[in-house]
Design a protein around this ligand. Structure first.
Ligand code: SAM
Ligand code: ZN
Length: 267
């Protein structure tokens, strides 16, 4: 098996030796029993447990398992498939919900990277068809110009790093919230809900295509709770909001996403 990781400390290639990755400077990283490798050096950690917490990870996993975001999963797999990529990296892959669907629709190698150990542990345990690592996507553990396709689903975008990792003619696929995404839930906490706008084209890339996909779903309280816990605005829900939500039998909620493809600008 050939892996394409680079040492996060000295940036030299890492070679696989049984269950350990090692560089020429003897920095070594063991694979965990779940099958992922931790490439986040202690000195690069800003907190003890960076990235999404176990609570957020579990909520997202429970919600995604219900299949409501299946149409986004399919849209991403369908956009990546015809690109015939040899190497794909999902940056900020979480529990691998989109990563594995992309891997199942292509022949290329698929890597998932996330700074949250809880998320990567789940991903690696479940989806053996992908390579998962705990690492920062602001300094991803890969060589320059390695990826044919980079994928980012609701994850932070680091423009310089995207431009460094992508091959010439490569594609960057970004999923971001559509204008009225979760509007009905935001109505509980905001007087005026600002609509999401399209993401700006990252430096060094050009826009190729943009699709807005939207579905309205009927959710029960337990799904709504998990969905809110996945969002950055979960903390704004106070006990009275939770009570109001729980009182309603069913919630009609808009799910809406931009799926945007960019390509590297070749100078
Ligand atoms: C909103 S979640 C999306 C997860 C996944 N793409 C999905 O949609 O199911 C954002 C993810 O980005 C990860 N993340 C945030 N900052 C990161 C960084 N600097 N490096 C790697 N991952 C990061 C978080 O841990 C989290 O799993
Ligand atoms: Zn090294």
């Amino acid at each position: 098996m050939s892996l394409h990781y680079y040492c996060p400390i000295c940036k030299h290639p890492l070679a696989l030796n049984e269950k350990t990755l090692q560089c020429s400077n003897n920095h070594s990283f063991d694979f965990a029993k779940e099958g992922y490798v931790n490439l986040l050096p202690v000195q690069n950690k800003n907190s003890k447990d960076p990235g999404d917490s176990l609570e957020m990870v579990q909520a997202r996993r429970s919600f995604l398992e219900q299949g409501y975001y299946g149409f986004l999963q399919t849209a991403l797999a369908n956009i990546v498939k015809p690109l015939n990529a040899n190497l794909i990296i999902d940056l900020g892959c979480g529990e691998g919900f989109y990563t594995h669907a992309i891997a199942d629709s292509t022949y290329g190698s698929v890597y998932g990277v996330d700074i949250s150990k809880s998320a990567v542990k789940y991903a690696a345990k479940r989806y053996k068809q992908c390579q998962f690592s705990v690492a920062s996507i602001s300094q991803a553990p890969f060589d320059d110009h390695l990826a044919d396709v980079l994928v980012s689903v609701f994850a932070p975008l680091f423009d310089n790093e995207l431009a460094r990792l992508i091959k010439d003619q490569g594609s960057l696929i970004v999923a971001s919230p559509g204008p009225r995404h979760l509007k009905e839930l935001k109505d509980y906490i905001y007087d005026t809900v600002n609509e999401h706008t399209e993401i700006a084209t990252p430096a060094g890339f050009e826009l190729v295509s943009k699709h807005l996909i939207t579905e309205k779903v009927e959710l029960v309280f337990s799904d709504v709770k998990n969905l809110i816990m996945m969002t950055p605005f979960a903390w704004k829900f106070r006990p009275e909001h939770w009570q109001a939500l729980e009182k309603k039998q069913q919630h009609s909620v808009t799910l809406s996403f931009y799926v945007t493809r960019f390509t590297k600008t070749v100078l």
